[in-house]
Design a protein around this ligand. Structure first.
Ligand code: ADP
Length: 185
């Protein structure tokens, strides 16, 4: 599957056509990757977000990227971890699917994701990784766009967890296994 890869770095530097933002339901900015995206995009991003009137958990909204290298931002509020019995997995899968569906409808060719909900929202990484990867791979199997999807992890440790799950479930052959030394941006 050469349409998918896992990178390490700062997603605000991504040169993909669109990046996803692990937002909150107000869409008015927050901490973590959300704060980094707003800081890098500039105040015009917040101004456009204000016009959207928020977004439900698991859904997605599109804005321009302003001063980011990425042309578009897909804002998706991830679920807050409440122990796993409150529909968190379905909502997390929905975040990835909603962004991919919106990207496809806009003809977006390349989309980078952060690790949604695994920071301040407390979703355990080892449980989030299989949910995220299944949502992405199921979508790519059935759709030609986006042509390229990448998961941009902030740390090597995070990337290693996603890579292990990917190698276990999605690398059909040895050649498809993701390298231990991930690409960086
Ligand atoms: P959430 O509220 O959805 O948990 P966070 O932003 O707190 O969102 O964390 C989600 C993930 O994004 C975490 O793994 C965090 O390390 C990562 N992250 C934070 N800043 C960046 C960045 N600039 N680029 C990529 N990932 C980032």
């Amino acid at each position: 599957m050469n349409r998918f890869s896992i990178l390490v770095g700062d997603i605000t530097r991504s040169r993909a056509q669109a990046i996803a933002n692990a937002a909150n339901t107000t869409l008015l900015g927050g901490s973590g990757v959300d704060g980094a995206i707003h800081a890098a995009a500039g105040p015009e991003l917040l101004a456009e977000c204000r016009t959207l009137g928020g977004c439900e958990t698991g859904q997605a909204r599109l804005t321009r990227g302003y001063r980011l290298p990425a042309r578009y931002v897909l804002h998706t509020p991830g679920p807050i971890w409440r122990g796993g019995q409150e529909g968190e997995a379905a909502l997390l899968a929905s975040c990835y699917r909603s962004c991919l569906t919106l990207a496809e409808s806009r003809g977006i060719e390349s989309l980078d994701f952060p690790s949604i909900s695994t920071g301040v929202y407390g979703y355990p990484l080892t449980q989030a990784a299989p949910v995220a990867l299944k949502a992405i791979m199921d979508f790519l199997r059935d759709h030609a766009l986006p042509r390229q999807v990448r998961l941009v992890c902030h740390t090597r440790e995070t990337a290693a967890v996603y890579r292990q799950v990917w190698n276990m479930w999605y690398a059909g052959t040895k050649e498809e296994r993701l390298p231990e030394e991930p690409e960086t941006i």
